[in-house]
Each structure stands twice: as structure tokens, then as C-alpha cells.
Design a binder for this molecule. Structure first.
Ligand code: PGA
Length: 254
């Protein structure tokens, strides 16, 4: 059975004090059965500067410490970058790669994303790979093709073994931070489509085992409906992950 995952993407919010307090609040209120990272995975992705403090403050066996990004190179003269190896060394188990904000504001191309995905995998962590269309693409009915290209040009270039460690997040860009979430039907349609593409490329067993998360204005009020879809295996949560109470409600929505 594939794993259910709820991941909180804190983006460029919180400071060390509020970040540590948010992490502690989440971990101390997680039911025991949710603390098993091998079953239901609860992940939090604080900003880089808070990762170490959070790793010291909470039991990171209970929660999957995740980074929001990493460098596309392994090491060396890349001023301002943070490598996958550095993230692994402070206890991260996953890295968000290809978030639409990074694609749009930092010109991250599929070529760059492929390099990042490879480095995350080489360092024994899991990429949470984001894909999704902008509103104009959906309105022109191009969303299936857009998503297929994003997968083809990055994670579908991976070997079977590597792909086995991929978590996918479908995040329609028009739903991110807008309060406009995809409907249950829209989410299920795309998740089933992504799973069918995985089956075509890597076979049914792989498709059945990959977790595909929904992201985009997922909150405590709509998570239950979204997660009820058979191909939605959890969520990548932005705004609603900044309040422990809301995030915990989302975690308990399965
Ligand atoms: P949102 O963000 O939940 O605030 O819409 C989701 C994301 O960007 O991962």
C-alpha cells in the first residue's frame, strides 16, 4: 500500500523561535501511529536557517524534516547555495524540488530540476517533485500535456530504482495561495492521469506504490474531501501549515 503523506511547506515564513515552537507543537500533538515515518509521513519544510534548530528541538524520527530547495551542484564555488549533502547532514530526509514559485521566480528549468533530483537521491533523501499547470494552460485545455512534459523531462528520466524514491505533488499554480482549491473531481482526474503515466513508463506496481500529493489552498476545511479521492495520497500544504492546529486537522483528515 502506498504511503499517506502530509507535508507542510513553510516557505519564507517563521523565524527561529516561532519555527521551533511550531515544530514542537506539531510533533507533541501527533498521535503515536502517525509518528511512524514508514507509514503515514508527516513532513515539515522550514526555511534553511531554521532546519538545524528544528532538528535539535524535536525528535526527527517522528517527523520528516524536509528542505524547500537545494543546489543543482554537489559542492564548490557556488556562493549562496546549500547542497543536498549539507541538508542530509543536519537530518533532512526529503527536499521539495520544482515548486512553481522556484520555476517562476528563479527560472528553474527542467534541466536544473533534474540535476537537483539526482543530487537529492544520491544523498539518500526523497525528492518531493512538484508539477502543475498555470490557469491559462488549464483554460486552453493544455494541462494534461503540460504535466506530462514536466514529468517526461525530469523524473521520467530516472531509473526504476531511483523513481522508487520519488514523491509527487500535483499543485495547480492557480490554486496556490489563492484560496481557490481544485475541486475533488479536478484533483482526482489529474492524480489518476499522473498515475496512468507512471504505469505506462514504469509498470503498474510502481504506479500503485507512488504517493501523489495534492497542493494548492488545501486546508482544514477541504482536506477531507480532497483526501477522499482514491488517487490523492495526501497534501503539500502552504499557508495552512503555519498554524499547528490547522496542520494537525489536515493530518487527521484521512
Ligand atoms: P498553499 O501553498 O497551501 O498556501 O496554497 C501550497 C504550496 O505552495 O505548496
Amino acid at each position: 500500500m502506498r504511503k499517506k503523506i502530509v507535508a507542510g511547506n513553510w516557505k519564507m515564513n517563521t523565524d527561529i523561535e516561532s519555527g521551533v515552537s511550531l515544530a514542537k507543537n506539531i510533533v507533541s500533538n501527533l498521535a503515536n501511529e502517525l509518528c511512524d515515518c514508514e507509514k503515514i509521513g508527516v513532513a515539515i519544510a522550514p526555511p534553511f536557517t531554521q532546519l538545524y534548530a528544528v532538528a535539535q528541538a524535536v525528535d526527527i524520527e517522528k517527523i520528516c524534516l524536509t528542505a524547500q530547495n537545494c543546489a543543482a551542484e554537489a559542492k564548490g564555488a557556488y556562493t549562496g547555495e546549500v547542497s543536498a549533502q549539507m541538508l542530509k547532514a543536519i537530518g533532512c530526509r526529503a527536499v521539495i524540488i520544482g515548486h512553481s514559485e522556484r520555476r517562476a521566480y528563479y527560472n528553474e528549468t527542467n534541466e536544473i530540476l533534474f540535476k537537483k533530483v539526482k543530487l537529492v537521491l544520491e544523498n539518500g533523501m526523497k525528492p518531493i517533485f512538484c508539477c502543475g499547470e498555470i490557469l491559462a494552460e488549464r483554460n486552453e485545455n493544455k494541462h494534461f500535456q503540460v504535466i506530462k512534459n514536466q514529468l517526461d523531462e525530469v523524473i521520467f528520466k530516472l531509473s526504476y530504482e531511483d523513481f522508487n524514491n520519488i514523491i509527487i505533488a500535483y499543485e495547480p499554480v492557480w490554486a496556490i495561495g489563492t484560496g481557490l482549491n481544485a475541486t475533488q473531481e479536478q484533483a482526482q482526474e489529474i492524480h489518476a492521469y499522473i498515475r496512468s503515466l507512471i504505469a505506462e513508463k514504469y509498470g503498474n506496481e510502481m504506479a500503485e506504490n507512488r504517493s501523489i500529493l495534492y497542493g494548492g489552498s488545501c486546508n482544514a476545511a477541504n482536506a477531507k474531501d480532497l483526501f477522499a479521492n482514491k488517487d490523492v495520497d495526501g497534501g503539500l500544504i502552504g499557508g495552512a501549515s503555519l498554524k499547528a492546529e490547522d496542520f494537525l486537522k489536515i493530518i487527521n483528515s484521512f
